[in-house]
Design a protein around this ligand. Structure first.
Ligand code: ZN
Length: 158
């Protein structure tokens, strides 16, 4: 046994990842968490966690996790463009919630690329339409909900 080998029966719990050195990921999480706060506050905010690999030939696994630590799916190389999709996967698999939903067609939307390579939520009904940029879901809410949200945000700041 080499001194690098570790016990195989101890799968470590994922630990939170500090995004201080990854402004791209932090911005992606900020956008997704803004959308969760606006439309599914019970799920957010989400964060990046990591399950360190116990095998030096296997890369660490990263997850987009709920605030209570639950997650679904993993990637070995987290990229900002994947955060919205990974968050959506965790919400659907762990909370059994379709999120986000197109308010016009009442169907789940998907993350994708809009004009200028922006990350957007895309509704596939008909020939498809862009719902909004990721992070801007609040703008798709009916006026009454949007005003309630603004009141809540002001309350938090105050
Ligand atoms: Zn739609």
């Amino acid at each position: 046994m080499s001194r690098f080998s570790r016990r195989r029966d101890s799968v470590p719990d994922p630990h939170p990842v500090d995004l201080a050195g990854r402004p791209d990921l932090r911005a992606a999480f900020d956008a997704v968490n803004r959308d969760l706060a606006a439309t599914l506050p019970e799920a957010g905010p989400m964060r990046l966690t990591c399950t360190p690999s116990s095998d030096e030939n296997v890369p660490d696994a990263y997850h987009v996790a709920l605030c209570d630590g639950r997650w679904h799916g993993s990637v070995t190389d987290p990229a900002a463009t994947d955060i919205a999709e990974a968050a959506q996967e965790t919400v659907q698999a762990v909370l059994w919630q379709v999120w986000p939903v197109c308010p016009e067609h009442r169907i789940g939307v998907h993350s994708g690329f809009g004009a200028d390579e922006r990350d957007v939520w895309w509704c596939r009904v008909g020939s498809g339409h862009e719902l909004c940029e990721v992070g801007e879901l609040a703008q798709t809410l009916p006026g009454k909900q949007r005003r309630a949200l603004r009141r809540k945000e002001r309350g938090r700041e105050g």
